[in-house]
Ligand binder design. Structure first.
Ligand code: PDD
Length: 293
C-alpha cells in the first residue's frame, strides 16, 4: 500500500513520524474521510471546505491550497488498486518538545494520507443494522473533525460489545447524565449522522457545535428538498428517537443505511422502511449522475 507523508509517496512500511508528533502526544490534529467512486473524489470541494473549518477550529494554518490538495489526492487515488476507495487525510500540528501550548515559532505540520478500498455495503442495505443509545459525553466542539477521538472510540465500542453497528448519541438536556433518556436530545452517531423518520417526514438535527456537519448528511437533505420529500431540521428529543418509524445512518464510508433495531427492540417494522428505500435509490442515482458529469 502506497501512502502520502509530508510531500512524498512511499510504501506504508517505510512511513515514519516522530514520537514527539503532537498528533501522537496530544491528538492535536484534524482529519477527513473522502469517498472515491470510479477513481473520482466525491464532493471534494465540500470535504476540503470542512477540512478548512476544522483547521480554523484548532488554529492551524492549512499547509496546502485547494489546488495542491486536489493534485496530491489525484496522485494518491492513482496509486490505489480499487476503483472505489476512501481517502483518509490527516494533519497534525507537527513534532515539537512536549508542551500543551502551541510550538512557538510554529513547526511544520505533519500531513499524512492513505487510501483503502471502499467496502460494498450490499448485505447491510438489505438487512439494516442495529444500534444502541448512550449519553453523548464528548466536548462542545463536535463540529471539528478532530483526530482526538477517544470518546468516539469508547462510544462506538459500546455498540460492538452489544453486537451492534453504531451508537446513537443522546446529549443530556440537564447536568444529570442519568436523566438523558428522558430529557436528552439526539446529536449523531459515534461515527455517522442520524436521521429520524416519523409519519412520512424526515427529521434531521441541526448542524451546530454538537455534531459533525456530515457531507453525506448534506447530500441527503439536498435530495429530500429536490424530490419534495417532507423534511425538517430541528432538535430531536430522545423520546422521538424511540418513537421513530425509521432511523437512518449516513457516512462517507457507509452511505445510507437503515437502523432496524435500537437497544434490542425493533425500529418501526424492524425492516428497512419506505423512506430508506427511496433515499437510498435517490442517493445511488445522484452518485451515478455526479460521477458521469
Ligand atoms: N466518520 N459524525 C461523525 C462523528 C463521524 O465520524 C462521521 C464520519 C460522520 C459522517 O460524516 P460524513 O458523511 O461527512 O462522512 C458524522 C468518518 C467516515 C470516519 O471517521 O471514518
Amino acid at each position: 500500500m502506497t501512502i502520502y507523508l509530508n510531500g512524498e509517496f512511499m510504501p506504508i512500511a517505510e512511513a515514519k513520524i516522530s514520537v514527539l508528533d503532537r498528533g501522537f502526544i496530544f491528538g492535536d490534529g484534524v482529519y477527513e474521510v473522502i469517498p472515491v467512486y470510479s477513481r473520482r473524489a466525491f464532493r471534494l470541494a465540500e470535504h476540503l471546505q470542512r477540512l478548512q473549518h476544522s483547521l480554523d477550529g484548532i488554529r492551524l494554518a492549512n499547509p496546502h491550497s485547494h489546488g495542491e490538495w486536489a493534485t496530491i489526492i489525484g496522485q494518491l487515488i492513482a496509486h490505489g488498486e480499487a476503483q472505489d476507495q476512501y481517502l483518509y487525510l490527516h494533519i497534525t500540528r507537527g513534532a515539537a518538545k512536549r508542551d500543551h501550548a502551541f510550538p512557538n515559532p510554529p513547526v511544520k505540520p505533519t500531513v499524512f494520507m492513505m487510501s483503502s478500498p471502499l467496502p460494498p455495503p450490499a448485505a447491510l442495505l438489505q438487512s439494516g443494522v442495529s444500534a444502541v443509545t448512550a449519553p453523548d459525553n464528548r466536548w462542545l466542539r463536535c463540529d471539528i473533525k478532530a483526530i482526538s477521538l477517544l470518546p468516539n472510540v469508547l462510544l462506538r465500542q459500546m455498540a460492538v460489545d452489544a453486537g451492534c453497528t453504531e451508537t446513537i448519541l443522546i446529549r443530556p438536556g440537564s447536568n444529570n447524565e442519568r436523566l438523558f433518556m428522558t430529557d436528552g436530545f439526539m446529536t449523531e452517531g459515534a461515527a455517522s449522522n442520524i436521521f429520524v423518520v416519523k409519519d412520512g417526514k424526515l427529521l434531521a438535527p441541526p448542524k451546530d457545535n454538537l455534531m459533525l456537519p456530515g457531507i453525506t448528511y448534506d447530500v441527503i437533505l439536498e435530495i429530500a428538498a429536490a424530490n419534495n420529500i417532507p423534511h425538517e431540521v430541528r432538535r430531536i428529543a430522545v423520546t422521538e428517537v424511540f418513537a421513530a418509524d425509521e432511523l437512518l445512518l449516513t457516512s462517507s464510508t457507509k452511505e445510507v443505511l437503515a437502523i432496524t433495531q435500537l437497544d434490542g427492540k425493533p425500529v418501526g417494522s424492524g425492516k428497512p422502511g419506505a423512506m430508506f428505500a427511496r433515499l437510498n435509490n435517490l442517493y445511488q442515482e445522484y452518485k451515478q449522475k455526479v460521477m458521469r458529469a
